[in-house]
Design a protein around this ligand. Structure first.
Ligand SMILES: *[C@@H]1O[C@H](CO)[C@@H](O)[C@H](O)[C@H]1NC(C)=O
Ligand SMILES: *[C@@H]1O[C@H](CO)[C@@H](O)[C@H](O)[C@H]1NC(C)=O
Ligand SMILES: *[C@@H]1O[C@H](CO)[C@@H](O)[C@H](O)[C@H]1NC(C)=O
Ligand SMILES: *[C@@H]1O[C@H](CO)[C@@H](O)[C@H](O)[C@H]1NC(C)=O
Ligand SMILES: CC(=O)N[C@H]1CO[C@H](CO)[C@@H](O)[C@@H]1O
Length: 328
């Protein structure tokens, strides 16, 4: 190996170390890995084939291995605009979410938030997959990785929460003895504590336990988890509304700045974390199954898309009408 290669490996490793410093990231690495692992186990044959075709080669057919990619790139100049697509801020203490009111970035650009991004990348996959190259405007490998990541994020309650505390990022608390912030507790600390306490520090054992509950305990709930009211491929708005409710009823509750959160908080909130990982996984699978299902046809799928929040449809409609080959 040449010096140059060694240098490259070293600097790449240190970049990755830097990138793994906790900050304003979605579910941590483990949470995203879990969501995507669960999703992959519920994919239809059609969807699994499509996903494998779209994944980068380095993923070796494993969606979970690239599920944190949007967190790794968002610091880069080229991708910096995507860093606001991981969450949606709602007005303080209102405990509700409204796409038209809330989905914009910090400079007010509409549709730039986690739910807007879920619509965007779903639409790209529906219209682009199987289309001829001249019609495909976007990189569908990236669309798949973004969609998989953001469906995870919208299920992390504090990714749909108050504006002034930045989703709990500015609420400094202790997690047992260690100083951290509330957002980080929900992204990472609770999952890590659960792994240590119950799952032999092994995320795969935790995932199996969640999957077992999906097939046993929650089996009667699955149909209500995955349905979208009008048969749309994806419905991130009700998912975001659930998250802000969990933020108010569980995440913020008793977590005042300066407090120490320990057993009582952990044992009462962990079931929410586990259920949100399960729902994120099952809904990601359902979404991909619908996107890659050859029936209904692409034009019928695109027609469903027109039913999305009226304020959101302006760019979706524009996008679709430009792709004349899909409008009949
Ligand atoms: C949709 O995704 C494309 C490709 O990443 C991006 O260029 C575009 O700005 C996105 N639109 C919104 C509203 O996020
Ligand atoms: C699509 O995106 C992936 C990930 O960024 C990249 O590795 C690949 O080269 C891109 N493909 C094209 C055709 O640009
Ligand atoms: C699975 O469900 C049981 C209750 O039936 C619960 O005690 C356990 O914590 C759940 N585990 C996970 C990983 O969801
Ligand atoms: C895409 O094309 C393949 C090969 O023709 C076909 O098997 C598959 O069903 C198509 N998928 C969609 C979503 O149309
Ligand atoms: C997201 C969504 O529309 N969920 C609905 C699925 O179906 C159940 C039962 O019919 C409804 O209660 C949910 O609102």
């Amino acid at each position: 190996m040449s010096h140059l290669e060694l240098w490259w490996i070293k600097s790449t490793c240190s970049i990755f170390l830097l990138l793994s410093i906790p900050g304003v990231i979605g579910w941590g690495k483990e949470g995203h890995y879990a969501t995507c692992k669960i999703a992959q186990s519920f994919l239809s044959e059609e969807a699994l084939n499509a996903v494998k075709e779209l994944l980068p080669e380095t993923a070796e057919g494993d969606l979970a291995s690239v599920c944190s990619w949007p967190d790794e790139i968002k610091w880069m100049h080229k991708w910096h605009w995507t860093s606001e697509l991981h969450y949606v801020d709602t007005p303080d203490f209102r405990c509700n979410y409204d796409y038209c009111r809330d989905c914009h970035d910090s400079s007010g650009v509409k549709d730039r938030c986690v739910t807007g991004a879920i619509y965007n990348y779903t639409e790209q996959l529906i219209t682009g997959y199987n289309a001829s190259n001249s019609v495909v405007k976007y990189n569908l490998t990236e669309a798949l990785m973004f969609l998989s990541h953001y469906i995870g994020d919208v299920h992390q309650p504090l990714h749909v929460s108050f504006t002034s505390d930045e989703g709990g990022n500015t609420i400094i608390v202790r997690w047992y003895k260690r100083k951290t912030n509330l957002h980080h507790i929900w992204d990472t600390d609770m999952i890590e504590s659960a792994m240590k306490t119950f799952y032999d520090k092994d995320i795969d054992i935790m995932i199996s336990a969640i999957e077992k509950n999906i097939t046993d305990r929650w089996s009667n709930d699955i149909s209500s988890w995955v349905n979208c009211t009008s048969g749309e491929e994806v419905c991130p708005d009700p998912w975001a509304s659930e998250s802000i409710k969990y933020s108010c009823n569980y995440a913020y509750r008793n977590a005042t700045p300066g407090s120490t959160l320990g057993d009582e908080y952990f044992y009462s909130r962990l079931p929410i974390v586990e259920m949100r990982l399960a729902q994120g996984g099952v809904r990601l699978a359902a979404t991909l199954n619908r996107i890659f299902d050859p029936y209904p046809s692409v034009s019928q799928k695109v027609a469903y898309f027109g039913k999305y929040p009226t304020c959101a449809t302006h760019y979706l409609k524009l996008d679709v009408s430009q792709q004349t080959s899909f409008v009949n």
